[in-house]
Each structure stands twice: as C-alpha cells, then as structure tokens.
Design a protein around this ligand. Structure first.
Ligand SMILES: [Zn+2]
Length: 236
C-alpha cells in the first residue's frame, strides 16, 4: 500500500501546474528558483544562526568532551509554525525525494559560495533499514546527492548503519535523548573507507543534535579524522 502511495506521489510530481509544498497555494507562474516552492516562500526563507551560535547551542545538550561534531552548516532556520516544515514533511513522508535532492543542491551552492568545503567524503545519516523499506529512500541520501553534484565531493554509503530502531524523541528531555541514541550506530561493510577521513555528515533537520552527535561519535570511533555536519534546516 505504501509503495502504491509512493508511486502515486512520484507521478503527481510530474503534473503541472504545481502547488507550493510549503504554503499549499497553486500558481500558474513559473517559479524563479525551485519548482516546489513559490517565490513568496522562497523569499521568506530565514537564514540559519551563525556557526558559532549553532555550536554553542549543541553544547547546551552535550559537554565539550561528549561533542563529536567539529563544524556545523545549515541552509535555513525553521520555526515551530514555519510552512517550511511542510517541505521537510513532504520529503520524509510524502515520497517527494526530489525535494531532498533540490534543496541539497541549494545547500551545496551555498557551501561553495562560502568555501565551506573542509571534508573529503559526504555521508548520509543512516535511517533504519525498516524505514528505508517503508519510505523507498533515505531522505539524507537524496540531500547528499544534491550537495555532491555541486561541490564535486563523493558520497560514501554503507560506512555506518543504524543497528537499533529509536523511539521518537520529541517528548524526551536531554538525558533521555542521550540514552535513546546510545549504541544506535554500528559499522557496516564499507567502514574501513572512513579511516583517516574528514567527513560531512548530512541530515534533514537539526533539533538537539543528539542523533547526529551519536552518529559522529561512532564515526570517530571507527577511525574518521573529523566529522562536520550539514542539515537543510535548524529547528528554532
Ligand atoms: Zn509557498
């Protein structure tokens, strides 16, 4: 049933005129930037906090010793009521993988522009294999494809995998989140390729960063030299 929904949604992506995935309005006008985002929504994109502010924010949830992320980059900030959350929702739950690829492209363009290119491989944060089966794709891999095309740095897959299914973390406090994500990631058959590498780890949204930090810790344990992170959005 989910596969059928996925096919139907993919087919709907080809239909025009398009509606804006963020604010849901239809328009006949051609879009200046992205096909699935109207120009009004595009121009209302909110810049993410600066990198030092983001790093300080991560330190609210981890001690300096527990923090495995060296640098952080994002495309936009999204507030609780932001229509942009609809975009992320469509990417994750409505089969619209292309949103990940195109926003990944935007992210890659911005990284090029700001010379944020201090990494040798791009790695999608893994989702559990049951979720990949259900969704048909890992949204982080789609974002990686978009970034990789712009910055011309390769994607590395199967270096790490999610070995435990995690409960949704929205109602948890910081300590519960930390416990919920410990031991979640483990080596995959391609793990030796990350040895000595500077990695860009990619996810859709930053909330507390507990899952990303847990994955970064596992990557360092597996021999990575440094882990930087990029996300499409930072939740505010
Ligand atoms: Zn819109």
């Amino acid at each position: 049933m989910k596969e059928i929904r996925h096919i139907v949604n993919s087919f709907k992506e080809f239909l025009a005129p398009r509606h804006c995935e963020a604010c849901n309005t239809y328009t006949q006008k051609s879009r200046q930037h992205l096909e699935f985002l109207c120009d009004e929504c595009m121009s209302s994109l909110k810049a993410p906090p600066k990198e030092d502010v983001l790093m300080k924010r991560l330190l609210l949830h981890f001690s300096q010793d527990d923090l495995s992320i060296s640098r952080f980059f994002s495309l936009m900030a999204v507030e609780h009521s932001s229509p942009m959350l609809n975009l992320i929702y469509s990417l994750k739950y409505r089969g619209m993988a292309r949103i990940g690829y195109e926003l990944g492209n935007e992210l890659g363009k911005t990284m090029l522009h700001l010379h944020y290119l201090d990494f040798e491989v791009i790695l999608p944060i893994p989702i559990h294999s049951a979720r990949t089966r259900e969704r048909g794709y890992n949204q982080a891999t789609e974002i990686c494809r978009g970034i990789s095309e712009k910055v011309e740095i390769p994607i590395l897959t199967n270096a790490i995998k999610r070995i435990r299914y995690t409960r949704t973390q929205t109602q948890m406090n910081a300590r519960e989140r930390k416990e919920n994500v410990s031991g979640v990631f483990g080596p995959d058959y391609n793990s030796s390729s990350i040895h000595g590498k500077k990695i860009l780890l990619v996810d859709d949204v930053l909330t507390t960063g507990s899952t990303l930090n847990s994955c970064a810790t596992s990557l360092l344990d597996l021999g990575a030299r440094q882990v930087n992170v990029a996300t499409l959005a930072v939740a505010e």
